[in-house]
Design a protein around this ligand. Structure first.
Ligand SMILES: C[S@@+](CC[C@H](N)C(=O)[O-])C[C@H]1O[C@@H](n2cnc3c(N)ncnc32)[C@H](O)[C@@H]1O
Length: 263
């Protein structure tokens, strides 16, 4: 059995947008071409409206298909695999230690970290079933089995309020999760993740740390340093490390970076 990590661009979202495009095209043909409406202001308005909507949704559908191809684990680019491996390589667990992956999706990062740290235990949590309906706890468990990894466990959980006591884990990690969470204050969601990290434990959190999504991250780095965290840095990954600047821009991943350090 081979693992199936699915795709960060859900197929359902592509199909839904393509269906919307087809409906708008149909309405454009009905109102603009079929002669159902007699010439006049309404015919002109509806024809232009549905033509613009059709073209817009067509462009979005094509963009989503290109994203799907870039992220695919079976495609040429394999960007997801590259990012997962890059983040996993930065998560080091002590012998017998434990780590947490927040928003584990299909289990890719949890499993990659578990493989790198065979004598430690990795836990993956996710809220599953909202926008990424193809990701599930069962899928994570099947992927771990397919990879021959037994030092993982998966549970339902919310990144905003983690169901773990303070200072539970030796390392915490995450990949492209927090920017998905509708919140005015994502810096506080990061704090929630760091709450469950042991003193002396390490963190590697990869996300789109743009000013728009997170506010001033340089101030946040300084805040962690002031709290006694060591080696805190924000390592850009959209400058060639994981992807080029141009690629990050068209993929909508500009601002990608790893927030790393030690508590
Ligand atoms: C782009 S996917 C990334 C999945 C995985 N980290 C990876 O790299 O393959 C985003 C994931 O974040 C999860 N997620 C979003 N909001 C969450 C929340 N509040 N708590 C836990 N998981 C969340 C989604 O369910 C989804 O699985």
């Amino acid at each position: 059995m081979k693992p199936n990590y699915k795709n960060w661009m859900p197929k359902g979202m592509i199909c839904g947008t393509a269906a919307g495009c087809a409906v708008c095209l149909g309405l454009f043909l009905v109102f603009g071409v079929s002669g159902l409406l007699t010439a006049g202001i309404w015919k002109t308005v509806l024809t232009i409206l549905f033509l613009v909507l059709t073209l817009f949704l067509l462009a979005v559908t094509v963009w989503m298909i290109l994203l799907y191809k870039s992220f695919s684990y079976n495609g040429k680019r394999q960007l997801s695999r590259r990012i997962i491996d890059g983040v996993a390589a930065r998560v080091v667990l002590p012998e017998g230690g434990s780590g947490l992956d927040v928003g584990c999706g299909s289990g890719a990062l949890t499993i990659a970290v578990a493989k790198h740290n065979p004598n430690a235990q990795m836990t993956g949590i996710d809220r599953w079933g909202v926008e990424y309906s193809s990701f599930s706890k069962t899928l994570c468990e099947e992927n771990a089995k397919a990879e021959g990894v037994s030092n993982t466990s998966f549970a339902k959980g919310d990144a905003v309020r983690l169901n773990f006591a303070n200072e539970t884990f030796d390392a915490v990690c995450s990949n492209y999760v927090y920017h998905n969470i509708p919140s005015r204050n994502r810096q506080e969601i990061l704090m929630e993740t760091l709450r469950v990290l042991k003193k002396g434990g390490t963190f590697a959190i990869h996300d789109i740390f743009s000013n728009l999504k997170y506010g001033d991250m340089q101030k946040y780095v300084q805040r962690l340093k002031d709290m006694g965290y060591a080696d805190v840095k924000l390592v850009p990954t959209d400058n060639g490390l994981f992807m080029s600047r141009c690629e990050a821009t068209w993929l909508g991943l500009k601002g990608s970076a790893i927030l790393m350090g030690k508590k």
